[in-house]
Design a protein around this ligand. Structure first.
Ligand SMILES: Cc1cc2nc3c(=O)[nH]c(=O)nc-3n(C[C@H](O)[C@H](O)[C@H](O)COP(=O)(O)OP(=O)(O)OC[C@H]3O[C@@H](n4cnc5c(N)ncnc54)[C@H](O)[C@@H]3O)c2cc1C
Length: 385
């Protein structure tokens, strides 16, 4: 087995989080030897691509004050940092269902006024799109979409500029204690012999794969729930083409622009999750999805959504995005999306990180900023003194 020595950091997982963290370590923390490991043949091709592309502004979380509030803080930063990836030129509506909703229109409006989010009644023309017997109120809000292909282009550019060594088609399989406070990661590059890479720090940013490591990796303390999800990609009819629509807050649905394909994603709380399980080592979510038959439920989604929003019946199905969605078990009930940030005490230098949603990157970077991370050249400069 070949060995690579003396990395400052190995980041496992080339999604948005792994890429942004690798860039942060190289640029902001001055690490010279950073390697990013990704099992797929391109970066940002898993959950960072297969998602609803919503830059959250809090409206999705009327039952989780912290997540709603943090989203309000993070959205303007995200728009400033990734302007080319953010689509703002569409109208965003949140509608409240009359029956089975966990919030009323009054509660929804009051909550968002209180946290300073823009919210106003939609115009009569926009309200006329909805079936009044089923929809209590329609609000015009401010929420954006992101283009994950633009985020991937940003990642490639920045990683190259920061001299991060990117290894594609390479799976990390074990994380083990090495000599002198270092860690060893065993890699299985596609179609080649295993390799060992030695590093001071390891950042496990593998989202659904967080607990799928052998060696000394202890697993995350936080419980995770895995869900196989389907979002339908649809061509909307002209009446809905410049809109994003979310009906809250119970067994309802969302239609959002998906800039990467110039289509809309359609998700439905009842039909988008196909199956779920409690995360555990040895049940690899990627393999589970590979074996899953992927029979679409688009007909059921559109039939139900058509009751609330009749013009959706004129949309055309293009494709479906299937992905494993990973959430913290503790947030099943309130839909909150805090970050997972764990430092593994039994494996010093090893961190597991899960963002939950794209704009949480700021919460992760804030946490990393408080970590005292040493670099390999720190020891050299200590000796030179
Ligand atoms: C259906 C769905 C809808 C969503 N909607 C939204 C939304 O509208 N807005 C929002 O902000 N967020 C949304 N999210 C959440 C968002 O997608 C995630 O928070 C974000 O993409 C996570 O980024 P990541 O880098 O952690 O994960 P990923 O992009 O999945 O990156 C993890 C990477 O690790 C790689 N990997 C895994 N195991 C290994 C290994 N052992 N070795 C090497 N590589 C490995 C994977 O191939 C993958 O590329 C949604 C998610 C889903 C699934």
């Amino acid at each position: 087995m070949s060995t690579t020595n003396a990395q400052d950091a190995v980041v496992i997982g080339g999604g948005f989080y792994g890429a942004a963290i690798a860039v942060y370590l190289a640029k902001q923390r001055g690490m010279k030897q950073v390697t990013l490991i990704e099992r797929e043949s391109s970066l940002l091709s898993r959950a960072s691509y297969n998602n609803q592309a919503r830059v959250h502004n809090g409206y999705h979380y009327p039952r989780s004050y912290t997540t709603a509030y943090r989203s309000r803080i993070n959205l303007p930063k995200f728009v400033l940092d990734w302007p080319e990836a953010v689509k703002q030129d569409f109208t965003k509506l949140y509608a409240i269902a009359r029956r089975n909703s966990k919030v009323t229109a009054n509660q929804f409006e009051r909550f968002y006024r209180e946290i300073g989010a823009k919210i106003e009644l939609a115009s009569p023309a926009l309200r006329a799109l909805f079936e009044p017997r089923l929809i209590e109120e329609v609000f015009l809000v401010e929420e954006y979409a992101f283009d994950s292909t633009k985020l991937a282009q940003w990642a490639l550019r920045e990683l190259q500029e920061s001299a991060v060594n990117v290894r594609l088609q390479t799976q990390a399989i074990d994380i083990c204690q090495g000599a002198d406070q270092s860690l060893n990661v065993i890699l299985a590059p596609h179609g080649k012999e295993k390799e060992l890479i030695n590093s001071r720090y390891v950042f496990n940013c593998t989202y659904s794969g967080l607990n799928q490591f052998g060696g000394d990796f202890p697993g995350t303390r936080t419980g995770l729930k895995q869900e196989i999800t389907e979002m339908a990609l649809m061509q909307m009819p002209p009446a809905l083409n410049d809109l994003g629509i979310t009906v809250m807050d119970g067994p309802f649905f969302s239609i959002m622009p998906f800039p990467a394909r110039n289509l809309h994603t359609v998700s439905h709380v009842r039909y988008t999750p196909h199956m779920h399980w409690t995360d555990e080592p040895g049940t690899n979510p990627y393999q589970k999805l590979d074996k899953y038959p992927r029979d679409t439920r688009v007909d059921r989604m559109i039939r139900d959504i058509g009751r609330y929003l009749p013009s959706v019946l004129d949309s055309n199905y293009a494709d479906s995005l299937f992905e494993v969605k990973t959430i913290l078990t503790k947030n099943e009930g309130d839909d909150g999306r805090p970050i997972l940030f764990e430092k593994h005490e039994s494996l010093p230098g090893c961190y597991s990180i899960l963002g939950g949603k794209i704009d949480n990157i700021y919460d992760v970077l804030e946490k990393l900023e408080t970590e005292n991370l040493s670099r390999s050249d720190d020891t050299l400069s200590e000796h030179a003194k």
